[in-house]
Design a binder for this molecule. Structure first.
Ligand code: PRP
Ligand code: URA
Length: 211
């Protein structure tokens, strides 16, 4: 595992909220709100190294030399469905970001990702991308999504998830050693059905109330 590329965000607010979404008794409304809040808090760390440039701003009192974000524009790409739950939190921090969508579901038998949708911004190759998915389990979905994006000549890609498994991290680090992975926790393992243990269950079902 290339640890230099894996960042576990230990902020107390994130850890507290993560405990709440793991809880089987947390209902759909609260789960959805918490996922959005955690995404926003994590987004603060994920965007920590955005480049700045100096500008001059006229305040009511004088000219101020201040800083604004420079460099490439951003796009966020949720992996459907569960990644959608993280979009609004990220957009609260970076409201001008474009949003692409990649639709993948995991075949329950083979655990392999199956693509059903891909729509990325037309200027995607000129942007830095943050891929969003709450769960990094086998890593198959994230790895496939990152490959679609790389096929569109995007150079700088980060993956942001809430809970990762050691297996998922290993897979993404192996397939995409140039991609930074941000998560709030690395759990113990996968079970026989490819679910993260202890994890939080099926993130899509818990977000959308489909089970
Ligand atoms: C979940 C999750 C990831 C994927 C992770 O999606 O949101 O996309 O599983 O598993 P992997 O790392 O083993 O590929 P799921 O396939 O359940 O689809 P959904 O979001 O539509 O519920
Ligand atoms: N997808 C989920 O939603 N949860 C898991 O634990 C694994 C894959």
């Amino acid at each position: 595992m290339n640890d230099k590329r894996v960042f576990v965000i230990e902020h107390p607010l994130i850890q507290h909220k993560l405990s709440l979404i793991r809880d089987i008794n947390t209902g759909v409304k609260e789960f959805r709100e918490l996922v959005e809040e955690i995404a926003m808090l994590m987004g603060y760390e994920v965007t920590r190294n955005l480049p700045l440039k100096e500008v001059e701003i006229e305040t009511p009192v004088a000219i101020a030399k201040t800083k604004v974000i420079s460099g490439k524009k951003l796009a966020i790409v949720p992996i459907l469905r569960a990644g959608l739950g993280m979009v609004d939190g990220m957009l609260r921090l970076i409201p001008a970001a474009k949003v692409g969508h990649i639709g993948l579901y995991r075949d329950p038998e083979t655990l392999e990702p199956v693509e059903y949708y891909c729509k990325l911004p037309t200027d995607v190759e000129e942007r830095d991308l943050i891929v969003l998915d709450p769960m990094l389990a086998t890593g198959g979905s994230a790895s496939a999504a990152i490959k679609f994006i790389k096929d569109r000549k995007v150079k700088n890609i980060k993956l942001m998830c809430l809970i990762a498994s050691p297996e998922g991290i290993e897979r993404v680090c192996r397939d995409h050693p140039d991609v930074d992975i941000y998560c709030a926790a690395i759990d113990e393992r996968l079970n026989d059905h490819g679910y993260i243990v202890p994890g939080l269950g099926d993130a899509g079902d818990r977000l959308f109330g489909t089970k």
